[in-house]
Design a protein around this ligand. Structure first.
Ligand code: MD5
Ligand code: FE
Length: 207
């Protein structure tokens, strides 16, 4: 495992193949039940990433509790707690036995999709965010909480990787400047078909 910053822990290949396959198939099922949407930015542009929510409707710019979304399954909450436990063994400052995520964001990246540098600051809770990556590899850019831009650390995230963002790293600027088309394991491509190449699931405690 690698510590990206205080409270930010990257655990490569954290999920085994059956776990990845189960989660990826679930994402494909959620996406087929209701097409993921591109989020409209405050300036009017649209994100290239498509997003679906579990547990509670969430978009980076507002919550909408009138929207019906699929429930956040218990098995995914347990996976998030287990991920936090793994990360806490690496960085004990994360320790949070009461972690109760109530929403998950599933981001679907096409081969050309990117996510610009931003902070996740809408959640009322300072609880960690647990991130799970599936499919194509990407460059994940991890910056500082102080300002957009340098210094930042670029890390390659691969299918099966876990990253936990807590403590002072919870409010770091971050983004995904690049997806590496065709780098997903073959079985992922079989599950995804002509769909997105990379899928990222983040678990969040919003209240
Ligand atoms: C992704 N998603 O790969 C990333 C993984 C998002 C988003 O950025 O907002 O949907 S989550 C990375 C993350 C979350 C919360 C805090 C920090 C990083 N951080 O402080 O670096 O689709
Ligand atoms: Fe984010």
């Amino acid at each position: 495992p690698a510590v990206l910053g205080p409270g930010a822990v990257h655990v490569p290949d954290w999920m085994d193949r059956p776990q990845q396959e189960y989660l990826l198939r679930a994402c494909v099922d959620w996406a087929s039940a209701r097409p993921p949407r591109s989020i409209v930015l405050p300036g009017g542009g649209r994100m290239s990433v498509r997003t679906l929510c579990l547990g509670r409707h969430w978009t980076p710019y507002r919550y909408d509790d009138d929207e019906v979304v699929p429930p956040l399954p218990d098995w995914l909450v347990r996976a998030a707690r287990s991920g936090l436990e793994t990360a806490t063994a690496v960085d004990p400052s994360l320790g949070d036995p009461g972690y109760t995520p109530d929403a998950a964001l599933v981001n679907l990246y096409g081969r050309d999709a990117t996510m610009g540098l931003h902070q996740d600051r809408d959640e009322a809770s300072s609880a960690p965010v647990v991130s799970l990556s599936l499919g194509d590899a990407c460059t994940f850019r991890f910056g500082t909480p102080h300002h957009r831009g340098r210094p930042y650390t670029d890390v390659r995230l691969e299918s099966g990787d876990l990253v936990v963002f807590g403590g002072p790293s919870r409010m770091a600027f971050h983004g995904v400047p690049r997806v590496f088309d065709g780098t997903a394991p073959a079985w992922c491509r079989d599950v995804l078909g002509a769909g997105p190449g990379r899928v990222n699931i983040t678990l969040r405690q919003t209240r």
